[in-house]
Design a protein around this ligand. Sequence first.
Ligand code: 3NM
Length: 208
Amino acid sequence: MKEFSLYAITGEEFHPGKNVVDVMEEAIIGGADIIQLRDKTGSKREVLEKAQALRELTLKHNVIFIVNDHIDVAMAVHADGIHLGQDDLPLTEARKITGKDMIIGISTHHIDEAKAAEKEGADYIGAGPVFATNSKADVTSPVTTDYIKQVKAEISIPFVAIGGIKRHNVNEVLEAGAERICMISEISGAKDVRSVCMELRAKLEGGN
Ligand code: 3NM
């Protein structure tokens, strides 16, 4: 898997009136190096159409493209990978469908889930929600930066910190040991998406 550190997930509810492809292109220009299409409400056809457009965009900019949940859509558009939650298809079943080359990411909220994902062959895991977030329905209460420290110490595959991460608290996450950060609202809800991503990338690179 190609290296990545600034992970932008789509959140169309945060940018009414703006097109998701335009918003993600600004994120990429600002420094996002992995994009995930996350659409919990659209029809399969709508998700497919967005995935096609985002696949084209991510190929143009040579960044990783992940589809949340919809394995069929991910395969149809030749996405780089899929991201699955704890209630989605289990990793071992998903792998039978995708084959070995597709990246599979798994959301985890507890070290037992992280260890299981690693053992079953996940390519990366999400670790969160670090802070409170309104972007995900039925998410567990914040795991705090303690979980980031625990994952850093006990898990060998790449992990991304997620959940309530903003410019003002990202340093706490980085200090806890995260090298990759993932956001919906801080990026998609920004007035100037490009400059927010540039700021986040500077923090990732140690510039504060
Ligand atoms: N997954 P925001 S938290 C999609 O903990 C998602 O697995 C989470 O959105 C997890 O950056 C989350 O706006 C929402 O808080 C992230």
